[in-house]
Design a binder for this molecule. Structure first.
Ligand SMILES: Cc1ncc(C[n+]2csc(CCOP(=O)(O)OP(=O)(O)O)c2C)c(N)n1
Length: 639
């Protein structure tokens, strides 16, 4: 089937193809995308939407030299298919295989490893400014492709403002498909809707003629473009005035599925001095009807089967996840307490908040991909007397670090952070692992940092947080929800829960890896080692009393967390041990080491890092052997 695609080793091979062949290639590329998602969860609808745009860009520019950044990076698959990665394409998002995002280690055509939205305009502006300062590099073109979902990110406007001032030759392609993951929101979304009414896009050229009197339809393309920009503003045709006022030439909207038309316009803007925004209209899910009809589900669908009549049978997992438990708990809080509000930064679907949104539209806020705004906004709401919950992925909360510091922690405002996807998120890889929040949240005075040991802790912690007059962070992983076999103790500030005491050693889990600790302890007991488990629940304030008792009385102590070791829960334990003047020679920390962890299934990654039950038990055996010579003396001292 892939008669053309299989022969494309690099974008240079595209030059030999006619327009008709490029259109055929687009069909083959879509087929490759469909085959991929039939087997595994992967980004889909966004990739279907940019196939023609990708081909138009790669046949107009030479990105072995010119600069190209796909914003966010989740729509990089068509680009991967034609930049030498077709043969490995089926390995995407598997351990050791291709990344699902741009990756400079895979190809020189990928400049930055990205997965967070909004930085494309800044980075291409930096590349352009850098190239211009180096002799012989000034002819390199710089292109950013950004979706209408990512466009409202604050940093994009910082960059556009800067670019408008610097007047650098820069092309921003706005890929407008009317969708973020969910339908786009906000004033800018409405503005883009109005731009789509521009007769240049709707094809009502005669209306333009009427409005403008005379139209130079022929002649020098650059002149025509400049004319369009100037005259469309004069004629009140919504000619992208927002961008024009910032010093960015606006052109469009144009049809993002018409390769010929796009190439015409790309050639035209290629020669324009100064920053240009080309507004391209695409359909998310284009070319595969079910995805075009339901782009929300098909953003990152679970594996599905294509049937003859085109219907799609979706295999759904029935096990509830921590995300489900959290969204149900949020729903209950909103039902119960009129002071509770919830905000998401464009992750309504990922956070499973659709029901919450529909049942409490007045207290549900989607800020768009604007995490720093979401946090400051929540701070304002808390100051007004309400109890906002910021439901956000751990990795994306990093965007709002300063607002957590200044607007929330410094003011000691009761904002509750629910940190979803905290820990190893799996196939998305290093841009998406929520590795750092224990460390970065623990630093701030006033902030209470919690991690449920299982699904029963999570709603109880939310209850606790909303009754507490301080900022609170609660983290949980992307995983099926588990239950510890015990009657849960009530949540008390700074109190850990002892699942079982052990005289030889203690495993102290912070977060849901407690479950793995319990399994490891059972295996060790069967081998004759009396090992107990503590569900730490709090990384701050730490239950120093319980933890130091373990350090003082047990032969060894192992802390376990699904987060970076640097500054994390284990570090907090070591600080407490040191502050109490105790030795930490028999204390070991398990967690994410000081490197970025690759993509793979979460279970595979946990096993690689020694964070599954077997890995934890291994460390315990090692520690038991290590402390053996000191054991008798320690026992004597303790008794
Ligand atoms: C900082 C940040 N917040 C949230 C996300 C999650 N996310 C990934 S893609 C996406 C939607 C992007 O929409 P758009 O830019 O319009 O691209 P499209 O998928 O529609 O092509 C979101 C919210 C992210 N990647 N980065």
């Amino acid at each position: 089937m892939s008669s053309l695609l299989s022969k494309i080793e690099s974008p240079r091979d595209l030059a030999a193809l006619s327009l008709v062949e490029l259109e055929q290639l687009a069909v083959e590329m879509r087929e490759a995308l469909c085959n991929l998602v039939a087997n595994r969860t992967a980004h889909f609808a966004s990739n279907l939407g940019v196939v023609e745009l990708c081909l138009a860009l790669h046949t107009t520019f030479d990105f072995s030299r010119d600069r190209l950044i796909w914003d966010t990076g989740h729509q990089i698959y068509p680009h991967k298919l034609i930049t030498g990665r077709y043969r490995n394409f089926s390995t995407i998002r598997t351990k050791g295989g291709l990344m699902g995002y741009p990756n400079p280690h895979e190809s020189d055509y990928d400049l930055f490893m990205t997965g967070h939205a909004g930085c494309s305009v800044s980075t291409v502006l930096g590349l352009k400014a850098g190239d211009d300062l180096q002799a012989g590099q000034e002819d390199r073109h710089a292109v950013a492709v950004i979706g209408d979902g990512a466009l409202p990110s604050g940093i994009v406007f910082e960059a556009l403002n800067n670019a408008g001032g610097m007047k650098k030759k820069l092309l921003v392609v706005l890929n407008d498909n009317k969708m973020s993951i969910c339908p786009r929101v906000g004033g800018l979304a409405e503005y883009l809707d109005r731009l789509r009414l521009n007769p240049f896009y709707t094809g009502l050229k005669s209306e333009v003629v009427k409005a403008l009197g005379k139209v130079p339809l022929l002649g020098d393309p650059v002149e025509r473009f400049l004319w369009q920009a100037k005259e469309s503003i004069k004629a009140g045709l919504h000619g992208g005035m927002l961008f024009e006022e910032l010093g960015i030439r606006y052109m469009g909207p144009i049809d993002g599925h018409n390769i010929g038309q796009m190439r015409k316009y790309l050639k035209l803007v290629k020669d324009v001095e100064g920053p240009v925004l080309l507004h391209v209209v695409t359909e998310k899910g284009h070319g595969f009807q079910p995805a075009a009809e339901d782009p929300v589900f098909f953003h990152t669908p679970a594996p599905f089967r294509r049937e003859q009549n085109g219907a799609v049978a979706v295999k759904k997992s029935s096990t509830p996840s921590y995300t489900n438990i959290a969204s149900t708990a949020i729903h209950e809080q909103l039902d119960r307490n009129p002071h509770v509000t919830v905000m998401t930064a464009a992750m309504c679907q990922g956070n499973n908040l659709e029901k919450v949104r529909d049942s409490h539209p007045d207290r549900f806020f989607d800020t768009g991909i604007c995490e720093s705004h979401a946090v400051a906004f929540a701070a304002g709401m808390a100051k007004s007397g309400l109890r906002p919950i910021v439901d956000i992925y751990s990795t994306f909360l990093q965007r709002s670090y300063d607002q957590i510091f200044q607007e929330v922690a410094l003011q000691n405002l009761p904002v509750t952070f629910l940190l979803d996807r905290a820990g190893l998120t799996g196939p998305d890889g290093p841009t998406h692992h929520g590795a750092f929040d224990l460390g970065y949240m623990r630093l701030f005075p006033n902030l209470i940092v919690m991690a449920p040991g299982d699904q029963h802790d999570l709603p109880a912690m939310l209850d606790f947080a909303l009754a507490h007059d301080a900022p609170v962070s609660i983290r949980y992983p992307k995983s099926a929800a588990e239950s510890l076999d015990r009657t849960p103790a009530p949540i008390e500030l700074g109190r850990a829960e002892v699942i079982e005491w052990g005289h030889d050693g203690m495993l102290i889990g912070c977060g849901t890896l407690v479950h793995q600790c319990v399994k490891a302890a059972a295996a060790l007991r069967a081998e004759g080692l009396d090992v107990g488990v503590i569900n730490a629940r709090f990384a701050k304030p730490l239950d120093s009393e319980t933890i130091l008792r373990a350090v003082e009385t047990c032969d060894f102590v192992i802390t376990v967390e699904e987060g970076a070791l640097a500054g994390g829960f284990g570090s907090a334990v070591l600080e407490a041990v040191s502050d109490a003047g105790l030795s930490a020679a028999h204390v070991r920390r398990l967690g994410i080491p000081d490197r970025f962890v690759e993509h793979g299934e979460r279970d595979e990654l946990l096993a690689d890092l020694g964070l599954d039950a077997e890995g934890i038990a291994q460390t315990a055996r090692y520690m038991a052997a290590l402390v053996q010579p000191l054991r008798a003396e320690r026992r004597r001292r303790v008794s």
